[in-house]
Design a protein around this ligand. Structure first.
Ligand code: SAM
Ligand code: SF4
Length: 479
């Protein structure tokens, strides 16, 4: 079997929403090159892993996966590593997993067609050449882009209304194959300049660079024309957005861009993630209050409740400044749901520091928190600090944090019983006979509906919550 004759690929994605969206770009590019996506490794000529290196465990998973399927190389299958691990490890991957033939960092997806061409003509033992320069530093040449609703060549749509000179300097591919026909991602900013002590992102995603607001809005309008009603704006720090538009008076702040996307005809919901506390201004809250399409949910990762740890993490804000932003949200006209990320066991975190993190949980009353054990990462400043907190102690702190947060969520979710919310219908759990719904606050609100009024996936219906759980609500459709 050769990739040339087979032209089928399997793609598995690890990590965050940015990676999920990158995979949509990779699928769009491959489908445009005549490849067909398949569901299993066994069916594929080309097996791709879009990787995450945020924590050591995520990175290990990829190498385990490569190891598991090494046996298939004999059948002529080719293996490729994409994304953050590819960006971080580069050609070292060929040494660690010699059956890999393609390594393409997240900065180089636009080069995929050329890399695939090289691969198609290569002998089995050869690999596609790794373009060190374009993969290790941000690719700055402008590119056209396209979007599609599904991963099939017949529905691949290219945006034609964009002037290349007006497009941004983000990592762009010509085509994107979005899998969900109702809600989709748009990248507005890539990379990160913050260099938090523990984080590998500035080394894998490169310098911060924003897309022009004109380009973002053009894509939002195209999506609305295709029937999308929900858009999620993506970036490592969306609110560090700086519009590079050259037109005088044409530049938009992040809050203005949010509002403008929310005003695109046909768009009913706009989400954004992730926001950095340091760049989080009141104008974002004002925009949420003013534009109904902006969802009443803010994900604002705090990482720690201790000023000493925040300082060691180089987070660039204090607990007090963070709580000031929370106070703005709580003073908003709309009931804004607040969620966060937290790390336990950062080098030097004492019991007292950890107690500060727990007290912050109580003070804020988050609707959800992603909790992580500190994981030392290559190149990061905290690698120089002794990772002295034993894994069992990190695990204990994580457990305490999760238990406390669960107690908070039980109370928070209960208060929605009896309230009516609009949900987007995301599907049906046939076994339970329940529809799956998501509220503007990003809460899961599953519901029952009479057969005579069964809703369509992708539509919006009103649901009265009747039962609460720590992570979701259950209710009845209001007919
Ligand atoms: N830019 C966002 C911010 O500043 O909050 C975060 C993006 S990062 C991809 C997602 C989350 O991964 C972080 O908020 C942090 O909690 C977690 N994370 C990053 N590096 C980590 C590490 N070395 N160990 C444990 N968790 C980590
Ligand atoms: Fe990583 Fe910090 Fe940048 Fe977020 S702000 S991506 S945590 S370096």
């Amino acid at each position: 079997m050769s990739v040339d004759s087979q032209k089928t690929f399997y793609l598995e994605t690890f990590g965050c929403q940015m990676n999920v969206h990158d995979s949509e770009k990779v699928v769009g590019t491959l489908v445009n090159e005549g490849y067909r996506q398949v569901e299993t490794v066994e069916e594929a000529g080309l097996v791709l892993y879009n990787t995450c290196s945020i924590r050591d465990k995520a990175e290990q998973k990829v190498f385990n996966r490569l190891n598991d399927y090494k046996k298939y190389q004999k059948q002529g299958k080719r293996f490729g590593v994409l994304g953050c691990v590819a960006q971080q490890e580069g050609e070292k991957i060929f040494e660690r997993a010699p059956h890999v033939s393609l390594v393409c960092g997240s900065a180089s997806y636009r080069n995929l067609p050329q890399m695939l061409e090289q691969l198609e003509t290569a002998r089995p033992a050869e690999h596609a050449s790794f373009d060190e320069a374009s993969s290790r530093s941000p690719a700055f040449s402008p590119a056209g882009r396209g979007i599609s609703r599904a991963a099939s060549p017949s529905t691949l749509v290219r945006i034609t209304g964009l002037d290349d000179r007006e497009t941004d300097e983000c990592f762009e591919t010509e085509f994107t194959a979005r899998t969900n026909p109702h809600r989709g991602y748009i990248t507005i900013i890539e990379g990160c300049d913050k260099f938090c002590a523990y984080c590998v992102v500035p080394f894998t995603r490169g310098k911060e660079r924003s897309r022009t607001s004109d380009s973002v809005l053009a894509e939002a309008r195209q999506m609305a024309d295709l029937g999308y009603t929900e858009i999620q704006l993506l970036g490592q720090n969306v609110n560090s957005y700086k519009d590079p538009a050259g037109k005088p008076g044409g530049k938009k702040t992040f809050a203005e861009l949010l509002a403008a996307v929310g005003e695109v005809p046909g768009i009913r919901r706009v989400r954004f993630t992730t926001s950095h506390p340091r760049d989080f201004g009141r104008d974002i809250i004002d925009a949420i209050d003013a534009v109904p399409a902006l969802c009443d949910h803010v994900h604002l990762p705090v990482q720690s409740g201790s000023n000493r740890v925040l300082n060691a993490m180089q987070r660039l804000y204090t607990r007090e400044q963070y709580l000031e932003r929370i106070a703005w949200m709580k003073a908003a006209k709309r009931d804004i749901s607040i969620t966060s990320d937290m790390i336990v066991g950062f080098p030097g975190e004492t019991e007292e520091d950890f107690a500060d993190t727990l007290s912050l949980l109580d003070k804020v009353g988050y609707d959800s928190v992603f909790t992580f054990k500190y994981s030392p990462r290559p190149n990061t400043p905290s690698l120089a600090l002794e990772d002295a907190i034993p894994d069992e102690e990190k695990a204990r702190r994580l457990e305490v944090l999760m238990t406390r947060q669960k107690e908070i969520q039980i109370i928070r979710y209960k208060k929605y019983i009896g309230t009516i919310s609009e949900v987007m219908v995301e599907g049906k759990n046939e076994a339970r006979g329940q529809w799956i719904g998501r509220t503007s606050q990003n809460k899961t609100l599953n519901f029952t509906a009479p057969n005579s009024s069964a809703p369509k996936v992708g539509t919006y219906v009103s649901v009265r919550a009747t039962v609460s759980f720590p992570n979701s609500l259950l209710g009845e459709m209001v007919v």
